[in-house]
Design a binder for this molecule. Structure first.
Ligand code: SF4
Length: 421
């Protein structure tokens, strides 16, 4: 099979992995004359400093021995199969890098023969790129659960980011939908990676010549909506992963039905709004000091579709409000809908010099259309709805978009110019 034919199959097959990047989109009319779009090829990821980087996103192989119910590449699906050699991936990466199409590689794979066999070949790609080609670009390697600790360690020495996909939020769902996968085989490498990253950071503090281990951290991906777990279960799992395994990101991927399988739910469309709400709640876990148990409870275990999770929390906790802008500490300010990390910091900094006025709040970047219902400024309220929760809900719904319910469209995945014409 020609390399380009393989590339078409294996970049298309990689599009369901959201753990680094955008999901695919297709544009039929490529009348601009310089390339076209395809559902596979180049994706975007974001570096620690917020820079957007383009990655060649491919599978090493889609020839899988496993049979996960939700996966297009499962062993029993009659799809075209292809596998790259390590050398082919290296050549493609270097070629696209030299042409300025990409700044790095995102390499995942189906399980060929065994986890170790697959992982060895994936690590081989990274090793060749780093040692032979002296490639200094970004590399994200997927870890195959069940591969040896030695290979996981080696992967972390060559890759910037590594990730193990947790796939489903519980052992029971794994057993039902991905019977060859086991929670322990997924958590063990995650835990090892977490420890290695911490050790490497300490060693590099002592000596800047100490080797770096996955300097961009580890991430994972969870499929949302293929199994019956509640949002609370999902958020508790994410919370544990952030705290115990030091994950950088958990990616939530709305279940896209690609197989007819009676173990899977029948959905009219992928649950994109739920995915969106989970990302918002995840943000609260990571940057706003919320715990999963505060965002949701056993009595109400799923995220509100109408309001974002912070507004929803605020509506359930009228006793917390109003918050006085000129006195509240940083953590309290972060709980106010319409006040983000940047505006909370700015408020705390500005208060050192003068009393903050309503005009000052706007200049600072507070989203007043939401915040005004929850704050006072030098004792003066902006809106007197605090003691009438129903009125507050309807004002928020009608007036200002706090109840926005349309998820942002996924970023577009670009093609490799000219290749899939
Ligand atoms: S291991 Fe499961 S999810 Fe991964 S490629 Fe194979 S069938 Fe798909």
């Amino acid at each position: 099979m020609e390399t380009l034919e393989k590339l078409q199959i294996l970049s298309g097959a990689a599009r369901y992995d959201a753990s680094c990047a955008s999901s695919g989109s297709r544009r039929q009319d490529a009348s601009c004359g310089t390339g076209n779009t395809s559902q596979g090829g180049i994706c975007h990821s974001w570096s620690d400093d917020g820079r957007c980087i383009s990655l060649l996103k491919i599978l090493l192989s889609n020839d899988c021995i496993y049979d996960c119910a939700y996966c297009v590449n499962r062993a029993t699906n009659p799809v075209p199969r292809a596998s790259f050699s390590a050398r082919e991936v290296v050549e493609l990466t270097m070629e696209f890098y030299r042409r300025n199409y990409i700044e790095g590689l995102f390499l995942s794979s189906a399980v060929m023969q065994s986890p170790d066999h697959t992982m060895e070949r994936m690590v081989g790609v990274a090793e060749l790129l780093r040692t032979e080609e002296r490639f200094g670009g970004y590399i994200h390697l997927k870890i195959i659960p069940g591969s040896s600790s030695a290979l996981v360690r080696k992967a972390g020495l060559y890759a910037d980011r590594i990730s193990v996909n947790i796939e489903l939020p519980s052992q029971e769902s794994l057993r039902r939908l991905a019977p060859q996968k086991h929670k322990q085989a997924i958590l063990e490498p995650m835990s090892l990676i977490g420890r290695q990253i911490q050790e490497s950071m300490l060693e590099r503090k002592a000596s800047r010549h100490a080797p770096r281990f996955a300097p961009a951290g580890q991430s994972t991906q969870m499929i949302i909506g293929a199994s019956p777990e509640s949002d609370l279960q999902i958020l508790r799992l994410s919370e544990g992963l952030y705290r115990k395994m030091h994950l950088k990101r958990v990616y939530y991927s709305a279940f896209v039905p690609v197989n007819a399988d009676n173990r899977l739910p029948v959905l009219a469309s992928p649950p994109l709004l739920r995915e969106h709400r989970l990302y918002q709640a995840d943000w609260l876990l990571r940057f706003y000091g919320f715990s999963a148990g505060e965002i949701l409870s056993d009595d109400a275990p799923n995220l509100d579709e109408t309001f974002d999770p912070k507004t929803s929390w605020a509506l359930r906790h009228p006793e917390f409000f109003p918050v006085e802008i000129n006195r509240a500490d940083y953590g309290t300010l972060l709980r106010v809908p319409g006040i983000g990390v940047t505006s909370a910091r700015r408020i705390v900094a500005a208060r050192r010099f003068s009393v903050i006025t309503p005009e000052g709040l706007k200049r600072i970047g507070v989203v007043m259309k939401r915040a005004k219902y929850f704050i006072t400024c030098s004792g003066r309220p902006f809106e007197k709805t605090g003691r009438q929760p129903e009125l507050l809900r309807s004002r928020l719904l009608i007036g200002d978009g706090a109840g926005e319910s349309i998820p942002e469209p996924p970023p577009k995945q670009l093609s490799l110019p000219g290749l899939f014409a």
